[in-house]
Write a protein that binds this ligand. Structure first.
Ligand code: ZN
Length: 407
């Protein structure tokens, strides 16, 4: 049994027409009108396959194909339909539409399963508009209170809970709190390794050590034209110097580690004032605990030097650490077996980015399955996954789902 590669590709391209960007990418940030429209299309396709679609209080969507024993906990497979801005057509949608393709193949073959299968679209995986990311699955897995998610505010001051209601996706079903047999997530690798190795399927074993933080640089206001140059304490200069150091630390620890600053806010941020405050966010990632610690130490040392030289001060105002999560050995082995049976090359590997599957590990046995993407490019309009690789991943999903749902 195989999924319909042409239909899966056509689904990916059709969904990609919603929130389409000029270079071929997508902008369907969570709870925007484009996200709403993408959800509606997904719902239509599910209902056309005879699935019953429910939406929970977080807007997570579950499209259920009933098993022969509906009393058993279901097997879930999916990912997310929201994107970065700009984002690509594959990061997220491949996991959702690949799972739908698997269900279509079961329907076409008239193949029943013992357990029910549910195709999932998790709300706000990306965290592009409302922080943090992985939000829908976090609330489902009881890793975040529903009220905390509802209270998240975007840069325009709009509130998550209100936007969810506005796009009519605040469903009546309680979030989580129900047994799930297993969760499978298919995703593009978002890195270059599979492509470089010429391998089609990655069975993800675990994730990296990572850190996100905000640093505030404190300086002093002054008139841009009149303040003597040697007395200036420009917070933007401190931020710029430390940001450049963070980049240098990342390059020194490559390819295993990486470090980049990605956001900046500045006060008062006008053309006539030396700024007194800059806040910038950065992220570190490394497969080893020692590697991450050495990057942190190098950044701290650089901040101390810059502070001494400039009279500016640095203060960490936010920090989130994530230790590796380890995927379920039984399902990693199942992914390998299924891929091999399908004559697909497969390797065990780590993930760098976080995924909804991280949260689902708190609920049930979980597998994360990677396929290559061109040049490792992601969170970019040019993100691309070959049709054959999309189909290969969905075929692995199909057969893993059959095995698991017949238990
Ligand atoms: Zn994703």
């Amino acid at each position: 049994m195989r999924i319909d590669q042409n239909r899966l590709w056509s689904d990916l391209m059709t969904l990609g027409a919603i929130g389409a960007l000029p270079l071929g990418g997508n902008d369907r940030m969570a709870l925007t009108d484009a996200d709403r429209d993408g959800r509606s299309l997904f719902r239509l396709w599910c209902e056309q396959e005879g699935l019953s679609v429910t939406t929970d209080g977080m807007g997570n969507m579950f499209a259920r194909r009933e098993g022969t024993d509906p009393s058993l906990p279901p097997v879930l497979a999916g990912s997310h339909l929201d994107t970065q801005s700009p984002g690509g057509k594959f990061d997220g949608p491949l996991g959702v539409l690949g799972a739908l393709a698997a269900v279509r193949a079961l329907n076409a073959a008239g193949r029943t399963t013992k357990r029910s299968i549910e195709v999932v679209n998790w709300t706000n995986e990306e965290g592009a508009r409302f922080m943090p990311g992985l939000m829908g699955s976090a609330v489902f897995a009881d890793a975040m209170p529903l009220e905390t998610a509802y209270a998240s505010v975007d840069r325009g001051g709009r509130v998550f809970g209100e936007e969810l209601a506005r796009i009519r996706n605040k469903g009546p079903v309680p979030v989580g709190g129900r047994p799930v047999d297993a969760y499978f997530e298919l995703h593009i690798e978002q890195g270059p390794l599979l492509e470089e190795m010429g391998i089609t399927i990655g069975a993800v074993t675990h994730s990296h050590y990572s850190l996100m933080a905000d640093i505030t640089c404190h300086g002093e206001n002054a008139h841009i034209q009149s303040m003597p140059m040697l007395g200036r304490r420009n917070a933007l200069v401190g931020a710029a110097r430390l940001i450049a150091e963070i980049d240098r630390v990342g390059r020194a620890h490559a390819p295993a580690g990486s470090a980049s600053a990605v956001t900046i806010d500045l006060w008062p941020n006008n053309r006539i004032n030396i700024p007194h405050r800059a806040v910038f966010g950065y992220g570190l990632i490394h497969p080893d605990k020692e590697g991450l610690a050495s990057m942190e130490a190098a950044i701290e040392a650089a901040a101390a030097v810059i502070a001494t030289e400039t009279g500016l001060t640095f203060e960490t105002t936010f920090q989130r650490r994530r230790d590796p999560v380890f995927f379920t050995e039984e399902l990693i082995a199942l992914t390998e077996t299924v891929a091999t049976d399908l004559n697909l090359s497969v390797t065990r590997m780590l993930t760098r980015p976080g995924h909804d599957a991280f949260n689902m590990l708190r609920v049930c046995p979980t597998a994360l399955v990677f396929v290559p993407c061109r040049g490792g490019i992601s969170h970019n309009e040019l993100e691309f996954c070959e049709p054959e690789h999309c189909a290969a991943g969905a075929n692995v999903l199909l057969h893993a789902l059959i095995q698991r749902a017949d238990r």
